[in-house]
Write a protein of this length. Structure first.
Length: 179
């Protein structure tokens, strides 16, 4: 199936499972997996939270865009997990359009809050009420997330079910492309 698999990009809020699902999806499809947050940290040799703290969000977004452009220049098939705010960038959305199948991993706000309470490395949440901040971020990002090719609600679903259903969706896309 590898040759027929489209490039895939996962988007959604922090804590929605993009990295976890992305790794499993790439393995099932026998293609590479790339986590853009990991690539940013590797490139800068700095934690994202430190980039936010020391250089600000605008500088982080510049670095993020450049790294994503480099990733997209590769000809290898891949599943990419974007950072939560990456899809807000109109240049990134334009680069992905028509080249990648975009999948929005939707997740219930209360479930996100429970997941994010356990992680202290989320720069947009430091020192803030997690639930009210996620609600605020959701209002802004939901508009662009809704432009994804496929919306998939991951709330209260097991990883193996999520992977099975997303692979079925991808196979249906591949089938349509061949027809």
């Amino acid at each position: 199936m590898k040759n027929n698999v489209p490039n895939i990009v996962l988007l959604g809020h922090m804590g929605s499972g993009k990295s976890t699902i992305g790794k499993g999806l790439a393995k099932r499809l026998s293609i590479d997996f790339i986590d853009t947050d990991y690539e940013i940290e590797k490139f800068t040799d700095t934690k994202i939270s430190n980039i936010f703290l020391n250089q600000g969000e605008n500088r982080f977004r510049e670095i993020e865009e450049n790294i994503i452009k480099q990733i997209l220049d590769s000809k290898e098939k891949k599943v990419i997990a974007l950072g939560g705010g990456s899809f807000e960038n109109k240049n990134i959305r334009a680069l992905l359009k028509g080249r990648y199948i975009s999948i929005w991993l939707k997740c219930n706000i209360d479930i996100l809050v429970e997941r994010l309470k356990k992680n202290k490395n989320r720069p947009l949440l430091i020192g803030k009420n997690i639930k009210s901040e996620i609600i605020k971020i959701d209002k802004v990002r939901k508009i662009n997330y809704e432009s994804a090719d496929f919306h998939y609600d991951v709330s209260k679903k097991q990883k193996k079910i999520i992977l099975k259903e997303i692979v079925q969706y991808i196979k249906s896309i591949v089938w349509k492309i061949r027809d």
